[in-house]
Design a protein around this ligand. Structure first.
Ligand code: ADP
Length: 163
């Protein structure tokens, strides 16, 4: 049984993430979507909100949503996963993704990294771009699933304290 892990902060999840999740789920028997803490970023949505939003939008039944405050590689080892899925959007991602690849491989070289390129429309989409669009009252419907759009919009708005 092939098991992989797709990790990220998903704060909030975007169509770019969902695209990668659904495509990765077709390559393996089981895919863990793993919510991680990002030490550098202050989160907008709680863990529970992020889990629930992802649950509402994923279609493949071999996807399980989990979270960890440990290293992604450790989670993979403990859950029998042999691959980490990453989305590589553009050259800017390349530097950080290759660094992450070596970092993870130095911890456990039995765990492979599989890189998927996003669908064209999502190549420059990031959670930060979504936050910025909401800050300036712009429509985000091209970038997030429609059933969670209002929840994402309201959550981001709540997080801003306009000067
Ligand atoms: P992090 O905060 O750790 O970068 P993210 O939640 O932003 O985590 O992203 C998790 C993974 O999803 C990363 O591999 C990232 O490159 C990828 N990703 C982020 N945005 C997109 C997108 N628009 N299209 C495809 N992959 C993406």
């Amino acid at each position: 049984m092939k098991t992989a892990v797709y990790a990220g902060s998903f704060d909030p999840v975007s169509n770019g993430h969902i695209d990668i999740m659904e495509r990765a789920a077709k390559l393996v028997d089981k895919l863990y979507v793993l919510i991680t803490y990002n030490l550098d970023k202050k989160s907008i949505f709680t863990l529970e909100e992020r889990v629930n939003m992802i649950k509402k939008v994923i279609k493949s039944d071999n996807i399980e949503i989990a979270w960890t405050d440990d290293l992604v590689v450790k989670f993979a080892e403990q859950h029998g996963a042999t691959a980490l899925i990453r989305g590589l959007r553009n050259i800017k991602d390349f530097e950080s993704e290759i660094a992450l690849y070596h970092f993870n491989r130095n911890i456990d070289n039995r765990i492979e990294t599989i890189v998927l390129f996003p669908t064209y429309l999502y190549t420059y989409l990031s959670s930060s771009a979504i936050k910025e669009l909401v800050y300036y009252d712009q429509d985000i419907s091209k970038y997030v699933p429609s059933i969670i759009k209002d929840e994402i919009y309201a959550g981001i708005k709540r997080s801003f304290k306009k000067p």
